[in-house]
Design a protein around this ligand. Structure first.
Ligand SMILES: Nc1ncnc2c1ncn2[C@@H]1O[C@H](COP(=O)(O)OP(=O)(O)OP(=O)(O)O)[C@@H](O)[C@H]1O
Ligand SMILES: [Mg+2]
Length: 612
């Protein structure tokens, strides 16, 4: 079963099921934490009771039962007992905190893993509409807040609840003084009301708080990615001021949150309760309704509640932060169903021949209003090379993305007669090698980048692929650590041409049946280009190849050329024919190339190559 929830679960109940599922995944360990917290609190509360008893029995000794020596002995016993249980409390408390911390980290690990898988499986249209900075904030800050719900949040909350329960038990069961509970009840009610009021104010601010943090992360991301542009245009001041706006906006929310927290007053209620109980308690003692020891013990107990009472404001803040973070993570995971790339469908092929057909394919990006491609139909026989040309923005790259099913489209695309929607995404994508227009390399070694799709490739195979891509020489001679050189963020430590050749080598190594080369020779010098064209020709032998290029040398050797303009195919055929017949095709070469005279042709001239 997939770890990642699907959008059908995006209901309030679905959210709580998801969150509690993660937070309570280790019930046994949670039980241990509750037990540890209970023991710690019990001991903490028992100490004032023991002191009260020591006072009554050994010091005040109203009925003169004990001799001085006996009193000292009893006192010594009390002191020893208190010391021993205090040490025990320290050890239990330490073990409980560590266990709780482990619980928190294991919940964070699980959610982080799930979040990563979820993002990994999202279709490209999801990533088109979500900011990387926002995802980073969710994976770090929001997730940390969710972890905070367990440690220290759960610790603090259970401290409060268990303290109250144990105090009640001690006052009624051990001290046998229920009248003291009545005394504290009004204060308790005010306290509960204050906590609820505080929570109501805190919840919305916590969500805003996280959202604004996400905005800061996004602004940082923009500036880091665009660092070169910002410097080139000397726009640092403007960018800094823009960034500061986000920071100040965040600070505003932070202040509001702190002020709400500072105004929180239950400790005041507790001090009032202590004062009141001393006063009423002395009346009880005067009327012989209670002993001095009991009153001292009760006040001691109230003092032990001081910590939990104070801490509950932090606990409420932490819980609200965690809930807000969890909601944001959950709703991001719910956005767009993930792709199951391994899902086995009907159209599984053993091998691919490379017979490709587009039948009336129309496409627009989820974010765009107009059609990018309309009614595209074409057929390519196995092993043929097709060049796609057209003005910039005409949809050439988009057309090839559809073959990988990176986006959804209308119409039908088949490989060897099988609809690609019937194939598993993994099989489809592994059968197609694509060198994208903006090549992205991982900030890893050259070697790892080349072997990206073929992780088990040997050094020899990697070098062979690099040689075929004309990359071996520059890797060995120009890069400081050869194949071990780290290429930097996105491959930034390499030139455009070098990046292309690494990408080419990466594709050679995976040995796909279908090859897509998007402008792959545009940024290399003419000598390298010649070499690459040679390499491409060699590698495209026996493979169905799409090349998107305006290089005459590549286009000329293609079996067929299609010209896309205004979202439609406006011409198709071999270069030698189109150059004479298609004004749109001729326009691509502009004034730089000497073109033969344009011939009038009839529209019924049959298409060449294997294309229809
Ligand atoms: N991820 C996207 N989301 C929305 N619109 C997009 C996206 N990618 C491209 N477009 C739009 O789709 C249209 C076709 O883009 P495409 O990248 O396919 O053009 P192209 O023919 O490859 O251009 P070029 O020759 O400049 O590479 C453009 O108008 C572009 O603005
Ligand atoms: Mg393009």
């Amino acid at each position: 079963m997939s770890l990642v929830p699907d959008s059908s679960q995006e209901t309030p109940a679905g959210f709580w099921r998801w969150l509690l599922g993660h937070l309570t995944a280790n019930p046994l360990v949670i039980g241990m934490v509750v037990l540890g917290t209970g023991l710690t609190i019990f001991i903490r509360a028992a100490i004032p009771i023991l002191l009260g008893q020591a006072l009554d029995i050994a010091i005040i000794d109203l009925n003169n039962i004990y001799t001085n020596e006996e009193q000292i002995n009893i006192l010594q016993n009390f002191v020893t007992t208190i010391l021993v249980i205090a040490i025990a409390q320290f050890i239990i408390s330490l073990a409980t905190t560590i266990t709780n911390e482990w619980l928190s980290w294991s919940a964070q690990r699980r959610i982080r893993e799930e979040f990563f898988n979820s993002m990994q499986n999202k279709p490209l249209k999801f990533h088109d509409s979500v900011r990387t900075g926002e995802l980073m904030a969710l994976a770090t800050n929001d997730l940390g807040q969710v972890g905070g719900m367990i440690s220290p949040g759960f610790n603090m909350m259970s401290d409060v609840f268990i303290s109250i329960i144990i105090s009640l038990f001690l006052v009624i069961g051990v001290m046998n003084a229920p009248q003291l509970i009545l005394l504290a009840t009004p204060f308790f009610l005010v306290y509960v009301w204050a906590v609820f009021a505080y929570n109501k104010k805190m919840a919305p601010i916590s969500y805003t708080f996280m959202r604004k943090w996400g905005a800061i992360a996004t602004a940082v991301q923009d500036n880091i990615i665009g660092a070169e542009v910002v410097r080139a245009f000397a726009e640092e001041t403007y960018e800094r001021n823009k960034f500061m706006k986000y920071v100040l906006d965040f600070r505003e929310t932070w202040y509001t949150r702190q002020i709400i927290q500072a105004r929180y007053f239950p400790t005041l209620v507790l001090f009032a309760a202590i004062g009141f109980s001393v006063f009423i308690g002395s009346l009880f003692v005067a009327n012989n309704e209670s002993t001095i020891g009991n009153i001292v013990a009760f006040n001691g107990l109230l003092f032990t509640l001081l910590g939990p009472t104070y801490v509950i404001s932090f606990a409420v803040t932490i819980f609200n932060g965690g809930l807000a973070g969890a909601r944001r993570i959950f709703s991001m995971e719910m956005r767009e169903a993930g792709e199951d790339i391994g899902e086995v469908k009907n159209g599984q092929l053993k091998t691919i021949q490379g017979n490709i057909a587009f039948e009336n394919v129309s496409f627009k990006y989820p974010t765009s209003k107009k059609w990018i491609l309309e009614n595209i139909s074409l057929h390519i026989a196995p092993g043929q090379t097709i060049a796609i040309v057209g003005p910039t923005g005409s949809g050439k790259s988009s057309l090839t993305k559809l073959l990988l099913r990176l986006y959804d489209y209308e119409g039908r695309i088949t490989i060897d007669g099988i609809d690609i929607k019937e194939m598993s995404l993994e099989f489809l994508r592994k059968s197609i090698g694509r060198i994208e227009q903006d090549i992205y390399l991982f900030p890893r070694s050259v070697k790892e980048n080349i072997a990206f799709g073929a992780r088990n490739a040997s050094q020899g195979e990697i070098e062979k692929a690099a040689q075929m891509a004309q990359a071996h020489n520059f890797i060995v001679n120009d890069l400081p650590k050869g194949y071990e050189t780290n290429v930097g963020e996105g491959g930034s430590q390499l030139s455009g041409g070098q990046r292309q050749r690494i990408a080419l080598a990466r594709t050679f190594l995976t040995n796909p049946r279908i090859l897509i080369l998007d402008d792959s020779t545009s940024s290399v010098d003419s000598k390298t280009e010649e070499e690459i064209v040679k390499a491409i020709n060699a590698v495209s032998q026996g493979r169905t190849t799409f090349v998107i290029t305006h290089r005459l040398s590549t286009i000329r050797s293609a079996d067929c050329v299609i010209v896309i303009k205004g979202s439609k195919i406006v011409a198709r055929g071999h270069h030698s024919r189109l150059i004479h017949t298609s004004p749109d095709y001729r326009r691509i070469f502009g004034k730089n190339v000497d073109l033969p005279p344009l011939q009038e042709i009839s529209s019924s001239t049959p298409a060449l190559g294997g294309l229809k």
